[in-house]
Design a protein around this ligand. Structure first.
Ligand code: RIB
Ligand code: CA
Length: 310
């Protein structure tokens, strides 16, 4: 039976490939999409989610808007990577299907209530929606199989020297979700930086030849250009679908059980994910952290999912 999945995201170029992989992989059953302010303002991330689901022929998956701002901090959209509308590059076709009128936490609640088995939540943006959910509906937590988050890092950051963007956006939310006691896996930059959009990757996706692939190639070319300008990386790391791939094909991403804490107060380190890989602090473990990726198999999964879409 396919795994029921909710995807909480901030599309965002790499979030788009997370949506497409979640919808296109036969081992997954994408039940709902929720959006959050992060890469862009909420109106953009929600609009973009509608655009890329319709373009790919993904039907019957409700999309609800969630939090437009972090719990306590001010939103700082990552327009330096994703552009002013959070999906720079291609012309965006006007979506027809409206967003679901329920707020994100209510769509998550109802999706859990309607599922015969616990639901996996993959989060590829700041964890604001999930922090609000665990606070609003603690009685629904048994309906969540696990949370898999693209965020954080066991090493350096990408928005400050020590903080990764999703954690940096809303570290308080990440800390609340980590403390919630749910099975939690963090897929950080230390692994996603292996998922590089090389010329060969672009060629392989382009060769798929459908509308989704053509749109995806435009996204990847924009993403690589901004990654080179901002991070000095000519081949951008396609972070978010790695979190989806972990759920789709167990073993494709290796993980270890560990202790993760989020820095909330450091003037220079706020949003840093402190991953105690050697158990130096002897704190109880609270998560799994990704440590390795089968890169070739990952790209095969992305290609095959896009091939199944429009
Ligand atoms: O740091 C990378 C993460 O931040 C990805 O999820 C990307 O989409 C941005 O949200
Ligand atoms: Ca994202």
């Amino acid at each position: 039976m396919p795994t029921p999945v909710i995807l909480d995201c901030d599309p965002g170029h790499d979030d788009v490939f997370a949506i497409w992989l979640a919808a296109g992989h036969p081992a997954l059953d994408l039940r709902a999409i929720t959006t959050v302010g992060g890469n862009g303002r909420l109106e953009h991330t929600t609009y973009n989610a509608r655009v890329v689901t319709e373009l790919a022929g993904i039907a019957g998956v409700p999309i609800s808007a969630g939090a437009g701002a972090p719990l306590v901090r001010t939103l700082a959209p990552a327009d330096w990577i994703h552009g002013a509308n959070a999906l720079g590059g291609p012309v965006l076709p006007e979506p027809v299907v409206a967003a679901d009128r329920r707020p994100a936490i209510d769509l998550i609640r109802d999706t859990i209530d309607d599922s015969a088995e616990p639901v996996t939540i993959v989060a590829t943006g700041p964890l604001t929606n999930l922090a609000l959910f665990v606070r609003a509906y603690p009685d629904r937590l048994p309906g969540i199989r696990e949370i898999v988050w693209m965020g954080g890092s066991t090493g350096r950051g990408n928005v400050t020297p020590y903080a990764e963007f999703n954690a940096w956006c809303d570290p308080e939310a990440a800390s609340i979700v980590l403390a919630g006691g749910l099975p939690f896996t963090m897929v950080g930059l230390n692994v996603t930086h292996q998922a590089l959009v090389t010329p060969d990757v672009i060629t392989r996706i382009d060769a798929i030849g459908n509308k989704t692939a053509a749109f995806g190639v435009e996204l990847l070319n924009f993403f690589n250009a901004t990654y080179e300008a901002d991070q000095g990386m000519p081949e951008g790391p396609l972070h978010d679908p790695v979190a989806v791939a972990l759920v789709a094909q167990p073993g494709l991403v290796t993980t270890v059980r560990t202790r993760i804490d989020v820095e909330l107060h450091g003037a220079e380190t706020a949003g840093a994910t402190s991953v105690d890989l050697i158990d130096k602090l002897k704190r109880p473990p609270n998560a799994h952290v990704a440590t390795g990726l089968d890169v070739e198999q990952f790209w095969r999964l992305v290609e095959n999912a896009i091939r199944r879409l429009s």
